[in-house]
Design a protein around this ligand. Structure first.
Ligand code: ADP
Ligand code: MG
Length: 187
């Protein structure tokens, strides 16, 4: 979709600008703890999927410590070359990771987990919890599959400035359940 392409460029410029301005470690621990405790009141959380931040993506790495204290497993995505979906494998330590074809760190060992919460990086978003990604649909395919398997919670992460009035959506686009930015929580 042409409109998505132009919007991606604009949103990525903003993301690059803000990651330099405020740094990528700008999520508020209080916001993450609040969301986790809310979800915990409705479903049992055994594992949470995050991502290893690349380029100007906002960092979810503080989840590692938070989850350790709560005895929740942390996992990271690995590209499944057979179907271009993401599978999640437990994160052990930085040494047990290797770079994939996009230069993103993935666990070396595959120990497949179906996470209860999935944190997702975003290029852009709107107030209706629609997400714009890099344009390859990895998360759309993955979330759609996981949602058929179990009741998962999907949380999009972005700088607040990546919000646009309206993300043009297609049938295959998966919405976020919550979006957390450096400033606000959108539900
Ligand atoms: P992104 O979400 O990364 O911004 P798009 O939503 O534009 O990217 O999707 C990129 C491509 O991925 C599209 O061409 C779309 O056909 C494909 N895609 C997304 N979700 C699915 C799905 N569930 N099944 C098959 N193809 C999909
Ligand atoms: Mg999409």
């Amino acid at each position: 979709m042409k409109f998505k392409l132009a919007l991606r460029k604009k949103c990525l410029e903003k993301r690059n600008f803000f990651s330099k301005k405020i740094g990528n470690d700008c999520l508020k621990e209080i916001d993450i703890n609040l969301i986790i405790s809310e979800i915990k009141s409705i479903l049992k959380i055994s594992s949470i999927a995050i991502y290893h931040p690349t380029k100007s993506e906002i960092s979810p790495l503080k989840l590692i410590k938070i989850c350790k204290n709560l005895s929740i497993k942390i996992c990271l995505p690995i590209i499944d070359k057979n179907n271009n979906e993401l599978i999640f494998s437990e994160f052990d330590n930085e040494k047990s990771l290797k770079k994939n074809k996009f230069g993103i760190y993935e666990p070396i060992n595959i120990n497949k987990i179906i996470p209860d919460i999935v944190f997702v990086p975003m290029v852009g978003f709107d107030r209706n919890l629609n997400r714009l990604g890099y344009g390859k649909g990895y998360y759309d395919r993955t979330i759609s599959k996981l949602r058929k398997l179990k009741n998962i919670f999907v949380i999009g992460l972005a700088y607040d400035s990546q919000m646009v009035t309206c993300i043009p959506t297609e049938n295959h686009d998966e919405k976020m359940d919550v979006i957390i930015t450096d400033k606000y929580i959108y539900r």
